[in-house]
Design a protein around this ligand. Structure first.
Ligand code: ZN
Length: 129
């Protein structure tokens, strides 16, 4: 049986069922795997982007974004446009004790990269009855 795109209502139903069963699921990658395994039984499939869009519409699922605190690597400081080194634009905290990096700017081409884009993000889906 060839697989066809699952209707949104079916996707939401399966997602809710899966998250309810597991209690919580870490990362959209895991959720996507489990959901697609179940959809496949009925000859359906769903893409990662559709899943992501639909999961946020389910009111019984709470989504949290976890940010991992990590060190900024040297590759984060290289401009993706022109490959020159970017500089860190920092801001002092209110008590002036620490510097927070706000973004990186390339001095050659002016490309700007937000600090948050260098931090890995993990979604956590939790069932909320
Ligand atoms: Zn540049």
């Amino acid at each position: 049986m060839p697989t066809k795109k699952a209707p949104n209502k079916i996707i939401r139903g399966i997602v809710e069922e899966v998250v309810m069963e597991y209690g919580n699921i870490k990362s959209i990658f895991n959720l996507n795997n489990i959901v697609n395994k179940r959809l496949k039984r009925d000859g359906y499939k769903c893409s990662y982007s559709v899943l992501k869009r639909e999961v946020f519409k389910i009111k019984n699922i709470e989504t949290r974004v976890l940010y991992r605190k990590g060190k900024i690597s040297n590759t984060d400081k290289v401009c993706p446009v022109c490959n020159h080194q970017m500089i860190e634009i920092k801001n002092k905290t209110l008590d002036k004790s620490d510097n927070i990096i706000l973004f990186f700017r390339c001095q050659t081409c002016g490309f700007r990269k937000e600090r948050w884009s260098t931090v890995p993000r993990i979604y956590l889906f939790k069932y909320k009855p």
